[in-house]
Design a protein around this ligand. Structure first.
Ligand code: SAH
Length: 257
């Protein structure tokens, strides 16, 4: 009997933000393939003997995606019940689409189990609503780190600068200077509020605030590192009012406060 693969979203990291379905599947799985993105607390709650880390290997190299794809098929063909646990939602910038294609191509049954994406929850726990009736009627989710083998950027920063809506950049810590420059060149105001939310919902969540003109310096001064979400737009400036009475654990100590 062939097994089955569950592509499961872990949410941003707080174990209480798992779905009930994800929790049940994790309990019943024979094997859980994961990287570090589900966060230390959540990973610690899964028995070590069930876990296989397919994230960064010792030496800093990423496990090749081909290996993960192959391993999923191999385990399912051996009759195992496999959870492929992915940070946030499996189909938001996590290569979950590629894994689903690979499983389908190999005739392996799988189920997609949505998770709470860091793209929305990350800003939210820092007191930043990604849309707001007065400030943003649209939101765009963008990757800051495209496939390096692509010749040209598929991202039209110039067009994004003109949406007037919120921009949420994932994997956007390293390339922050590149895309803030692009947005400034496209005419976006240097005063546009920008927030960086590092390790959202993890025990050591941090928030750094600045503007389109200052955020690179803020990033460097604070030493913000991945995983972090970049939020660009007026909504990032609304948080002061909200955050005064926002109680998301001990989180969201803003650098400006
Ligand atoms: N599927 C994931 C995103 C995977 S891409 C999701 O839906 O959330 C990896 C990027 O996600 C990271 O570089 C970072 O930008 C973002 N990310 C994921 N979890 C995060 C967290 N807890 N805090 C801040 N950013 C996070």
């Amino acid at each position: 009997m062939t097994g089955k693969v569950y592509l499961v979203g872990s949410g941003p990291g707080d174990p209480e933000l798992l779905t009930l379905k994800a929790k049940r599947l994790l309990e019943n799985a024979d094997v859980v393939l994961h990287d570090k993105l589900p966060g230390p607390e959540l990973l610690a709650s899964i028995p070590a003997e069930k876990r296989e880390d397919v994230g960064k290997r010792a030496g800093g190299e990423w496990t090749p995606q081909e290996y993960t794809n192959r391993r999923l098929v191999e385990l399912a063909e051996a009759g195992r019940t496999v959870v492929r646990l992915k940070g946030g939602d499996p189909f938001v910038f996590g290569r979950g689409g590629e894994e689903a294609e690979h499983l389908a191509d190999h005739g392996i049954e799988f189920e997609y189990v949505p998770g709470i994406t860091s793209a929305i929850a990350g800003p939210g726990v820092a007191g930043i609503p990604v849309t707001h009736r007065d400030h943003a009627s649209s939101v765009s989710f963008v990757t800051g780190h495209e496939d390096p083998t692509k010749d040209e950027s598929a991202i039209d920063w110039n067009a994004l600068a003109k949406t007037g809506g919120t921009l949420v950049v994932l994997m956007g810590v390293g390339k922050l200077p590149m895309y803030t420059d692009e947005l400034l060149s496209a005419g976006m105001s240097p005063e546009t509020p920008v927030a960086l939310i590092e390790r959202a919902t993890w025990p050591d969540q941090r928030l750094a605030l600045g503007t389109l003109a200052s955020i690179v310096d803020v990033r460097d001064a604070e030493g913000i590192e991945p995983p972090a979400i970049t939020v660009i737009g007026e909504v990032a400036g609304t948080r002061k009012r909200i955050a005064a009475f926002l109680r998301n654990g001990t989180q969201s100590k803003a650098t400006e406060e």
